[in-house]
Write a protein that binds this ligand. Structure first.
Ligand code: HEM
Length: 549
């Protein structure tokens, strides 16, 4: 080949490359441009703040603290009814407040993808149930939901009660002065999870639960800041900040406990299998039970797979608690489940299972401190159940705690521990509340904290009133007007566990203490850093009732 033919061959090659680049570039711009154009077109029909307001709002987030962000989010809704859109740069976020629209999203088995905000959890939860999607999520959900079956939950009651007594004892030193009960509730909810769902039996220090809970709280603060300080989102920028160092230290504290838990269960499994002990293969014969349901009375809730599992509870069943089941599955060759996935699920349940109920119980204690009439009714109900005896709480007792159940539900209405649920749309969605179509690629947010305060669902929505959950009032409402545990296929897998634990924990505290509060609800400075909290603490005072155990 001559020099001139070599040159013309090279230029033909580079022409082909340029041509291909042009085609790919064109297809890329065409596909994304078309999608973006469609987003703009559909979003233009949805009400929302002007571009100028959004730019000003974005500037406000630069120096904002988590507590400011909650106020900002509440303010953004003002002046809009059922739907609001907001552009954050090229990202379209649509907030839904109408129960029928909430149903369209949450009841769907198509719109199950979590929004990109959840990606900051990836180093912590991996492929855990809360953030995974598609076939993996479905497979894991099917495996995990039955481990919170009511026959398993009933066995947890003595542990719920023993740990509730322990926290009553621990709080003795706070008698008479104001203190933050959330610290106690966090430590105890971690201990309860370790001893129930995780079946963790190794000796541990008194501070284990508390230290884990504090690390989670600080990590959530960092993750929340990454949500609204958008420049911290890209990994390569975040890694250059001081926050990244704290992030990795906190994650180490968290993983230290969860890996110990996972390892200990595997050792137990190996030992038991080697000795011929069949507890990891346990099969029970289950008869149909008519009366024993974890929630009955007024809890008119959207049915989910947890109810299906409980209702079809007959025949030969393999019954194992959460970590026993997952450990056994990871060792089986016929089940597609790895040891890393066990750790991911343990991290997910340890977080979701403790911080939510710690916030729920702390809000309930504060509210009972403020609304003394409600507290006295709870106490009266407890007196009728226990007849002044100091016997332990049983499963049958929890079924009698109808008023306390309403107090818990009203607490979760006004102060939902998980204040928002966000999904990423992979298909267009036509809404029923108005002539709106949500575009592909939009993030849809259900803000329970606002949905639960619609006056057409809850008259006097800003007033704490447990009677909102009287059976007849529940009948009158839309199913999706109250979704503290989300609803539909991605509903909270620990819903029944949470209700049962809250009943045992709160009833044991009220059996022992009269709760006082020196503030009103107007003083609650709410902060939505992943889990809803009161900035400045959940401050209460305790006065012993006749006898502290
Ligand atoms: C008052 C207590 C609780 C509340 C208010 C609550 C609320 C919620 C909400 C709203 C979701 C949906 C989140 C989303 O889509 O972003 C959820 C999911 C979840 N919750 Fe809870 N939760 C509570 C307690 C628990 C407990 C005790 C456990 C476990 C023991 C648990 C485990 C989970 C898991 C694993 C998911 C993900 C389910 C899935 O995507 O399939 N939660 N929870």
């Amino acid at each position: 080949m001559t020099a001139s033919t070599k040159v013309s061959a090279a230029s033909a090659d580079s022409n082909t490359i340029y041509f291909l680049l042009f085609i790919f570039g064109f297809l890329f711009v065409y596909t994304y441009g078309r999608k973006f154009f469609r987003q703009i077109q559909l979003a233009s029909k949805i009400p929302g703040p002007s571009t100028k307001t959004m730019v000003l709002t974005s500037f406000k987030t630069i120096h904002a603290e988590p507590v400011d962000m909650y106020k900002l989010a509440i303010k953004m809704r003002e002046g809009y009814d059922d739907i609001v859109k907001a552009w954050f740069g090229p990202r379209l976020i649509i907030f839904l407040y109408h129960p029928a629209d909430v149903e369209t999203i949450l009841s769907s088995s198509v719109h199950i993808d979590k929004s990109t905000e959840y990606s900051v959890f990836k180093p912590w939860f991996g492929n855990g149930l809360l953030i995974s999607t598609g076939a993996k999520w479905k497979h894991h959900r099917k495996m995990i939901a039955p481990t919170f079956h009511q026959s398993i939950l009933k066995n947890f009651i003595p542990t719920f009660y023993q740990n509730s007594l322990k926290v009553v004892e621990k709080m003795k030193k706070e008698i008479g002065h104001t203190f933050d009960c959330h610290e106690y509730m966090s430590g105890t909810t971690v201990d309860i999870l370790l001893e129930t769902a995780m079946g963790y039996k190794e000796p541990r220090s008194e501070e284990t639960g508390f230290n884990y809970a504090m690390a989670v709280m600080k990590l959530c603060d960092i993750l929340h800041r990454r949500h609204y300080k958008v420049w911290l989102k890209p990994e390569y920028i975040f890694q250059k900040t001081k926050m990244a160092i704290d992030h990795s230290k906190l994650l180490k504290v968290i993983m230290n406990l969860t890996t110990r838990v996972v390892k200990s269960k595997k050792t137990e499994y190996v030992k038991k299998m080697a000795s011929g002990d069949s507890s990891f293969e346990k099969v029970e014969k289950v008869e149909k039970q008519e009366e024993d349901v974890v929630e009955d009375s007024g809890f008119r809730y959207v049915r989910d797979d947890l109810d299906e599992i409980d209702d079809n509870d007959v025949g030969e069943k393999k019954r194992l608690a959460f970590l026993d089941q997952l450990t056994a599955n990871a060792q089986r060759e016929d089940v597609d489940f790895t040891e890393k996935e066990v750790l991911d699920q343990v991290n997910t349940i340890m977080f979701e299972g403790h911080d939510t109920t710690a916030a729920g119980s702390s809000f309930a204690l504060c509210l009972m401190g403020i609304h003394k009439d409600v507290q006295e009714k709870v106490h009266q109900e407890i007196e009728e159940i226990f007849q002044k005896s100091d016997r332990p709480c049983t499963f049958a007792d929890t079924l009698e705690m109808k008023y306390l159940e309403r107090v818990i539900m009203e607490t979760l209405r006004m102060y939902p521990p998980v204040p928002i649920i966000a999904r990423l749309l992979q298909e267009e969605v036509k809404l029923s509340s108005g002539d709106y179509t949500l575009p592909i690629g939009a993030t849809v947010v259900v803000a329970q904290a606002l949905l639960h305060r619609r006056p057409d669902s809850f008259p006097n929505p800003d007033v704490f009133n447990p009677d909102n959950f009287l059976p007849e009032r529940c009948q009158e409402r839309h199913y999706y007007s109250y979704v503290p545990f989300s609803a539909g296929p991605r509903s909270c897998v620990g819903r029944k566990y949470a209700m049962l634990k809250l009943k045992v924990l709160l009833s044991t505290i009220v059996r022992n203490y009269r709760i006082h509060s020196d503030v009103t609800e107007a003083d609650f400075n709410l902060q939505g850093d992943i889990i809803l909290k009161i900035s400045g603490g959940f401050n209460i005072r305790l006065e012993p009732r006749a006898k502290v155990h």
